[in-house]
Design a protein around this ligand. Sequence first.
Ligand code: CTP
Length: 398
Amino acid sequence: MLAGKNILLIIGGGIAAYKTLELIRLLRKDGAKITPVMTSAAAEFVTPMSVSALAGEAVRQSLFDLDEEAEMGHIQLTRAADLVVIAPATADLIAKMANGLANDLASTLLLAGNKPVLLAPAMNVAMWNHPATRRNLAVVEKDGIVRIGPEAGEMACGEFGPGRMSEPGEILTAIRNALTAGKLTGKRVLVTSGPTHEPIDPVRYIANRSSGLQGSEIARAFAGMGAEVVFVTGPAVSPRPGGVQVVEVETAREMAGAVDGAGQFDAAIFAAAVADWRVAVVQNGKMKKEAGKPLPDLDLVENPDILRSVSQRKTGRPHLVIGFAAETDNVEENAVAKRIRKGCDWILANDVGGDRAVMGGEDNQILLVTEDGVEQWSWMSKRQVANMLADRVSEELL
Ligand code: CTP
């Protein structure tokens, strides 16, 4: 997928540099050409020999190497690249970028570069949370630099929290996404998101724990690849993504109506946690409790199944229809059955029971069920799930 792409890979000085070796292997396997650059601190963690052996290219380390300057000026290194990747991006490198410092080869290339930059930060949790790093990151992100990670977890220094570099496979996906911006231009994608609220009376409703984060991230990822995204959302707490057409609804029936009225799509992703049932008769006035009166009997009726009706459209069915399966037991078995029952192409199943809060949380673990089988993804942020999904869908649509 990355055949013909040239990645300028800047390796910063951190223990996570060992993971960059695996990243190089994955990038090569994917067809990319790598131009490796190491800071002097990076060379304390992994050897230039290992990096150049895996990359199949000499490592550049010095700003003042006369041979290299004669052969290929350091500015030329950035001109030849399609993307600059910094992995691990240390607090020091981020600070240099934020302030435009250029006192070694890596920082000079960053200042002289005119290509998109992807950061994979890795540092101690206190460094990550430090106000200076927060400020510097805000500056580089405002400059348009894209970031993947860091992840939260136990760190090499023994502390716990955000700061661990993303896994190489996830960085690879982010690289593919960064290089495919605009790839889905001209494609229309529908994303449903968030919970639905089913009213009982003017003050009460039936709802669920969905925050809408996974759906928002999916819409953001597709918009980032240039797709025209219609985002139909229930009353979710997560911010709405930018650059998409937002349609706000409250109930499952409104969501079904909005989806039906939104036209035709190349791909439709149903991330909403739609309430299966609604109250048969919604009371116009607030239900009051009165001594001696029996408790209210809420008669439920089934809501329309939006995913199923789109999957089974006779005309105008999207090329790819993707549902989610929120399960607490027998996740794989239920998801495989659900894909067939609904008639959709793929199901992204997640275990919403257990100790880790998926619904309402930041992270997710997906079991991708397709006609060809079942694939387990690792635990990752909902943003990364969205990027992986957008990557896979774009392969399917193009
Ligand atoms: N879905 C939908 N309309 C509904 C219910 C669900 O479009 N009325 C979609 C969801 O957006 C999701 C998929 O169907 O993509 C599966 O949702 P889930 O709640 O896991 O499954 P259900 O169909 O509700 O089945 P069950 O509750 O029996 O697991």
